[in-house]
Design a protein around this ligand. Structure first.
Ligand SMILES: Cc1ncc(COP(=O)(O)O)c(C=O)c1O
Length: 406
């Protein structure tokens, strides 16, 4: 007997992703990486945080900062967030907000709350890899959520879910500048999704991690706002909104939030209590101070910087990619999604890209619940400086051309 024989069945689906392991090897200085979906650390609001932590620890709030905290989260931060949600069409109060340790923790809790083994989660093909990893622990079945013109009827979804021994429970999606595609779901698509969710009587998990990072184009209301308008208020809505400070202020502080109907928040608070009691008090307080004073300035700074990098990457793709390669044109966020001719497997391409071209990306199959998408890949432009664009994209394009010719 070994201890591994004692693991619960749910652990079987917790596997290190091959690709994440490969990408760990990429910090050699001569590799140009478009792989990591991380903010540019040079753009962190360093001084604002330095001032905030000094003020908190040097003043009357020091004890509260170092003390336990309610599981719901730091009240002034929850109130600030309720105000921000109001500005985007979601009238709510602090009772509708739970602070989580990054939005990743919210995804884990929502999997725990809704999914019994064999239940169905509807996700887009592709979707955020971290959501699949969070949900996998609860042993769901995945079905494909088609956002535009799919031919699945609510009845077909329900029949397939029951045949697999469970029920459809939620649809999960990243509607703004999605990870990994960079695409945004338009208003009609959001309304259609709410229709589907209504017919199936399931929850909608709206992952809004990139929402604030719009460079151009018209803003689209959050699904939760459209839901509140049709259902008569947040406490009657079926949408659960997961927000994050990671992409705007700093991911290392691990502060995110859920905005949802009260009965959902009440249950998530109990989970939070059982899991880690609360997110770090001092980080919530520092985020609150920095958000109050510098959130909009920070958003503007990121939009200018990342918007220019997106433009440079799109221009380089247009100049260098061979015929048959297609890509998304994101209006914000961090990612461009490439679709290559069917003959190319991007996992194999990555191995060659790292070895021969010294350039890296994330192969698209990692983001597909069924392992498909083998001819797709994700490029992140957040760290795409001039050299990366001038050298990296032509090298990748040359490798693709070479692979197609072989
Ligand atoms: C779509 C999406 N959701 C959630 C997260 C998790 O972010 P955090 O836990 O830092 O808020 C990420 C991080 O990359 C993401 O891309």
């Amino acid at each position: 007997m070994t201890l591994t024989d004692l693991f619960a069945t749910r652990s079987a689906r917790m596997r290190a992703s091959e690709i994440r392991e490969l990408l760990k090897l990429l910090d050699q200085p001569d590799i140009i990486s478009f792989a990591g979906g991380i903010p540019d650390p040079a753009l962190f609001p360093h001084e604002a945080f330095q001032t905030a932590y000094a003020e908190i620890l040097g003043g009357p709030a020091a004890n509260a900062a170092l003390q336990y905290q309610v599981s719901e989260g730091y009240l002034p931060l929850r109130r600030w967030l309720a105000g921000e949600m109001g500005k985007i069409g979601v009238a709510c109060d602090e009772g509708n907000i739970l602070i989580t340790s990054g939005s990743q923790q919210a995804l884990d809790y929502l999997g725990k709350l809704f999914l019994s083994p064999g239940d169905t989660a509807l996700v887009t093909w592709p979707t955020y890899l971290g959501a699949l990893q969070a949900f996998n622990a609860y042993e769901p079945r995945y079905d494909r959520l088609t956002l535009a013109g799919g031919n699945m009827t609510p009845e077909a979804y329900r029949t397939a879910a029951r045949a697999a021994g469970g029920e459809p429970k939620f649809a999960y999606l990243v509607p703004d500048f999605a990870n990994p595609t960079g695409e945004t779901l338009d208003r009609a698509g959001r309304e259609a999704l709410l229709d589907l969710a209504g017919e199936l009587d399931i929850a909608v998990i709206e992952d809004a991690a990139y929402r604030a990072l719009r460079f151009d184009g018209e803003g689209v209301p959050p699904i939760l706002a459209l839901d509140c308008a049709r259902s008569g208020g947040i406490d009657r809505a079926r949408t659960i909104y997961c927000g994050s400070f990671s992409k705007i202020l700093a991911p290392g502080l691990r502060v995110g939030w859920v905005c949802a109907p009260r009965p959902i928040i009440d249950k998530l608070v109990l989970m939070k209590q059982a899991a880690d009691l609360h997110s770090p008090s001092i980080n919530q307080m520092a985020i609150h101070l920095v958000a109050e004073t510098a959130y909009d300035t920070q958003v503007n700074k990121l939009v200018a910087a990342y918007g220019a990098r997106r433009d440079a990457v799109l221009a380089a793709l247009a100049a260098h990619m061979p015929e048959g390669v297609h890509w998304s044109r994101p209006e914000g966020g961090m990612f461009v999604w490439l679709t290559l001719p069917d003959a190319i497997d991007t996992t194999d391409l990555l191995a060659r890209a790292v070895r021969e071209a010294r350039v890296a990306f994330v192969p698209g199959s990692a983001f597909h619940a069924d392992g498909s998408g083998r001819n797709t890949l994700r490029l992140s432009f957040t760290l795409a400086n001039e050299r990366a664009v001038a050298d990296g994209i032509p090298r990748l394009a040359a490798l693709i051309r070479d692979t197609l010719a072989a």
